[in-house]
Design a protein around this ligand. Structure first.
Ligand SMILES: Cc1cc2nc3c(=O)[nH]c(=O)nc-3n(C[C@H](O)[C@H](O)[C@H](O)COP(=O)(O)OP(=O)(O)OC[C@H]3O[C@@H](n4cnc5c(N)ncnc54)[C@H](O)[C@@H]3O)c2cc1C
Length: 409
């Protein structure tokens, strides 16, 4: 009798366990119209642009916010313009962002040449990505119905009849996936999008310092003799903290990340222009490095039911190394294309590639021009020096203003 009771109890236990497992699976396995992978500038701008579309949207990120992102922390002016177009409360919201530094000018420093100053008419800011990206995600939480999954790394995407997205403790299906997952995009890999033929790639390191002997409202760019194919920067980010970094074309370094770190440290210690400025500076954190997927030429960035935006689509400006604005701009374009797909019920690769065309005409053409300029700047440093010496301040300012896209109001 006792034996039968025990078997009965065991059966009940397994039945309850099975119901429990089914419930958990049901809770974590959901269907969405759109899954955005990555909640950086591209993913959050995309989610904000979808807010009135009436679609069921998921936004998934492997990190829990606030999270750090290795960056120079210079928020390009167009990024704020895009935000203003997305939300009419953008300015009031941005005022609430604590850690930011208003930037009045950028200056270019070449050895033995008077620095060239470009004074910005439009408002420009620096803000640590820890804070800025958290602010963007806060806007998504406040203004949209997006379902947000933080701390879930997507490690598998299959797309046969349906798109299945899987991460630890999460499995979902969707009609369309938008890859905003940065330079090492999992979405791009899953769809075999291959950017290996990119001619130029870049790697950059950055470190935070206090007590830097620099003004608090000027972004400094240094073109150094020892590294003609890259630049060193000193950007104030507020609260007396400075983001100091070095970006180099990867074709120019012999393979390893540590080479750029070593070059950075050597400049900090030995370069006569830099070492004085950082003489009494305290390093606040580890020196961190990451890859910059620079635009070099037009490549496919979409497929059936799939689009890539931001770094996942190689949209970093090859001249300046900026990508936050292009990430947001492409995120918005991807959202607009997605809305079109649902309106026409057409998710075919041929229809979606209209997105590629828009990215090319609205972003790519400008980046192609900057790619050519970057090649001249990096291949002919002597000509750059000569121009810097010859150029009158006014012409240099005008050219600089044009190159750096900060248009007068
Ligand atoms: C050292 C350095 C300095 C830079 N300086 C500047 C600068 O000053 N100004 C500027 O405009 N740009 C700068 N950039 C470029 C800029 O950082 C990027 O262009 C920008 O972050 C691109 O935004 P994104 O949303 O496309 O990607 P990201 O900001 O990289 O966001 C991608 C998101 O996807 C998430 N993710 C990745 N993989 C997965 C996965 N498998 N599952 C779930 N989530 C995932 C990540 O956690 C991340 O939050 C710099 C880059 C570097 C490396």
């Amino acid at each position: 009798m006792l034996f039968y009771n025990l078997v009965y109890l065991l059966l009940c236990f397994f039945a309850i366990l099975q119901i429990f497992v089914l419930l958990i699976t049901e809770m974590t396995s959901t269907h969405y119209n759109i899954a955005i992978v990555g909640a950086g500038p591209a993913g959050t701008a995309c989610a904000l642009a979808l807010r009135e579309a009436g679609l069921h949207v998921a936004l998934i990120d492997k990190s829990t916010f606030p999270r750090d992102k290795t960056c120079g922390d210079a928020i390009p002016g167009p990024a704020l313009k895009i935000l203003r177009k997305l939300l009419n409360t953008a300015d009031q919201e941005f005022d609430q962002l604590d850690l930011k530094q208003r930037i009045q000018s950028s200056s270019v420093h070449l050895p033995n040449i008077k620095p060239i100053y470009i004074h910005w008419v439009t408002k420009a800011y620096n803000s640590p990505r820890m804070d800025f990206d958290n602010f963007l995600l806060y806007l998504v939480k406040k203004y949209t119905n997006t379902i947000i999954y933080e701390g879930i790394r997507i490690n598998r995407i299959t797309h046969n009849d349906i798109i299945q997205i899987e991460g630890k403790d999460l499995s979902l299906t969707c009609d369309m996936v938008i890859g905003c997952d940065g330079a090492n995009s999992m979405v791009a890999r899953s769809y075999n999008v291959d950017f290996q033929n990119n001619i130029k790639n870049s790697f950059a390191v950055r470190a935070y310092y206090k007590n830097v002997n620099c003004p608090e409202n000027d972004n400094r760019f240094y073109l150094l003799d020892e590294l003609p194919k890259g630049y060193f920067w000193i950007f104030p980010v507020g609260n007396d903290v400075y983001n100091v970094g070095l970006g180099v074309l990867t074709n120019e370094i012999k393979g390893k990340k540590t080479d750029v770190k070593a070059a950075f440290q050597a400049i900090v210690q030995n370069n006569p222009q830099i070492s004085g400025i950082l003489q009494n500076a305290q390093l606040l954190d580890k020196i961190k490095g990451f890859r910059l997927p620079l635009w070099s030429r037009r490549q496919p960035i979409s497929g059936e039911r799939m689009m890539l935006a931001g770094d996942a689509a190689y949209l970093v400006d090859p001249l300046q190394g900026h990508g936050i604005d292009k990430a947001m701009q492409s995120g918005v374009l991807a959202a607009q294309q997605a809305i079109q797909c649902f309106a026409t019920n057409d998710f075919s690769a041929t229809f979606i590639c209209e997105y590629d065309e828009k990215v090319y005409t609205q972003i790519g053409k400008e980046l192609s021009r900057n790619f050519t300029l970057m090649k001249y700047v990096s291949d002919y440093p002597r000509i750059v020096k000569m121009l810097a010496r010859l150029g009158t301040n006014e012409t240099v300012k005008k050219v600089g203003q044009k190159l750096f896209y900060r248009k007068k109001n």
